[in-house]
Design a binder for this molecule. Structure first.
Ligand SMILES: C[S@@+](CC[C@H](N)C(=O)[O-])C[C@H]1O[C@@H](n2cnc3c(N)ncnc32)[C@H](O)[C@@H]1O
Length: 205
């Protein structure tokens, strides 16, 4: 049984938090936009409170933001009610995308998600299954394998419910997991030198 407690609890606080590195975020959005076409159907996984979805949805025909936290999705829907946008919807869904039809998406987007998912292979396989042949998985994930000093701090925070599950990915393992799920990596980038947030554009084989 998937546990959404941590994310449900912090959703309202998360919605109020500010973006740590705005230039890196804007560069990330620009990079994603370069791969979007006006006719595309896009699925965002782990969309949080929908901020990115609201910015990217005008570039495509249909955009669905999903998150396993119903609290995050409730906030995303409130934002959408304040700023209605044609073609944008939000739904509760885990990264395993159990209700997403096979080969129904042109692009799957996952920002700051896969390092938080215990079964990363299942999540990447789900993204692959839901994409049409040649469709794109665009993801950005902190690769924290080298940040050994964080481990004891995070462990204590997890024990007291102040941090979620966290995978200490290396860039090598992350890329390997994407390829093993059936993708060819076509572009990579790093937009925040202080945090190794690996940005990857991968095409479904
Ligand atoms: C760090 S936040 C990132 C939110 C947003 N993508 C962003 O970049 O601001 C991680 C999000 O992933 C969601 N999440 C974590 N594990 C998930 C899973 N297994 N399936 C779907 N969503 C998940 C959380 O609820 C949270 O909203």
């Amino acid at each position: 049984m998937i546990d959404t407690t941590f994310w449900d609890r912090i959703a309202r606080k998360y919605a109020k938090s500010t973006i740590a590195n705005i230039p890196a975020y804007e560069q990330t959005l620009d990079h994603v936009r370069r791969h979007l076409r006006a006719t595309d159907t896009v699925l965002e996984v782990g969309c949080g409170t929908g901020s990115t979805a609201l910015l990217l949805a005008p570039s495509v025909a249909r955009y669905k933001g999903t998150d396993f936290s119903s609290e995050m999705i409730a906030i995303a829907r409130e934002k959408l009610a304040d700023t209605p946008l044609d073609g944008l919807t939000f739904d509760v869904s885990a990264a395993t995308l159990d209700t997403t039809a096979d080969q129904s998406q042109d692009v799957v987007l996952a920002l700051n998600l896969y390092h938080l998912v215990p079964d990363i292979a299942a999540a990447l396989n789900a993204a692959h299954r839901s994409l049409r042949p040649g469709g794109l998985l665009i993801s950005k994930s902190p690769c924290l394998a080298g940040k050994w000093y964080l481990r004891p701090i995070i462990k204590i925070m997890q024990l007291v419910g102040k941090a979620p599950y966290l995978r200490y990915l290396s860039i090598k393992d992350y890329d390997a997991a994407i390829k093993a799920a059936g993708f060819d990596i076509v572009e990579t980038a790093l937009y925040s030198p202080k945090t190794p947030n690996r940005f990857v554009v991968a095409r479904k084989r």
